[in-house]
Ligand binder design. Structure first.
Ligand SMILES: *Cc1c(COP(=O)(O)O)cnc(C)c1O
Length: 221
């Protein structure tokens, strides 16, 4: 047991799939995150801006930091310099702000649209209808400093694996059908971020390309 072994086991399991591992390090100290880094892990996910900035400053520079939690517009400026992927874009206003801050830093920031697939009221994200509207919005093509590389979704927190399966299946179908459409030049859908500690096995069956796993690596929060 231990972080090193957990990461080895997960990578072994993911090796035969299309999914890479985003190690969700929220609430764990930089010392603990460093253990995962020393085990070879380079992609880490955080859900709070301030915590991500602190760890970015304390940990090696070749870490790819993914913002996986809800992002407020006024906080984009703190992460624009270094964030590698934002999983949680759910409005045009937020995307415009990311574009503005990316431009200031002379970067192109990769983003995912977060889609609401769960039967729970607490989850952020776009409905399928909102997603369709946003992705074809004529403003998107003008945002030269962002790139939309895929979709993210969270399934309902339930032990009903059939329900989780069907929610991930819905997202996969939306993803596949959008890929066939004529999309703006800065939309190139190839990442499907779905699956956490409790449901990543289901997500990889449905073609997840990124699983966001925290407690299974680091232990209970
Ligand atoms: C916390 C979190 C995860 C990881 O959850 P675990 O159950 O610890 O694997 C994944 N995605 C998001 C958006 C999260 O906030």
């Amino acid at each position: 047991m231990g972080i090193l072994q957990n990461i080895k086991d997960l990578n072994l399991e993911l090796a035969s799939t299309s999914a890479k591992l985003v190690a969700v390090s929220k609430t764990y100290s930089s010392e603990i995150v460093k253990e995962a880094y020393d085990a070879g892990q380079r992609i880490f996910g955080e859900n709070k801006v301030q915590e991500m900035v602190e760890k970015y400053q304390q940990l090696p520079q070749d870490i790819q930091w993914h913002l996986i939690g809800h992002l407020q517009k006024n906080k984009v400026k703190y992460i624009a310099e270094f964030v590698s992927l934002i999983h949680s874009v759910d409005s045009l206003e937020l995307l415009k702000e990311i574009n503005k801050q990316a431009l200031k830093n002379d970067r192109v920031i990769s983003c995912l649209f977060q889609v609401y697939i769960a039967k729970e009221e607490t989850k952020f994200g776009l409905s399928e209808v909102e997603l369709q509207k946003l992705i074809f919005d004529s403003n998107i093509a003008e945002l030269n400093n962002v790139k939309i590389v895929g979709l993210m979704g969270m399934a309902t927190n339930t032990s009903d694996s059939k329900q989780i399966y069907s929610e991930f299946e819905t997202l996969k179908k939306v993803f596949d059908s959008l890929k066939l459409k004529n999309l703006p030049q800065n939309v190139d859908l190839h990442e499907l971020s779905m699956g956490m500690s409790s449901d990543y096995k289901i997500a990889i069956q449905l073609g997840s390309t990124m699983v966001r796993v925290g407690s299974l690596i680091f232990g209970k929060r």
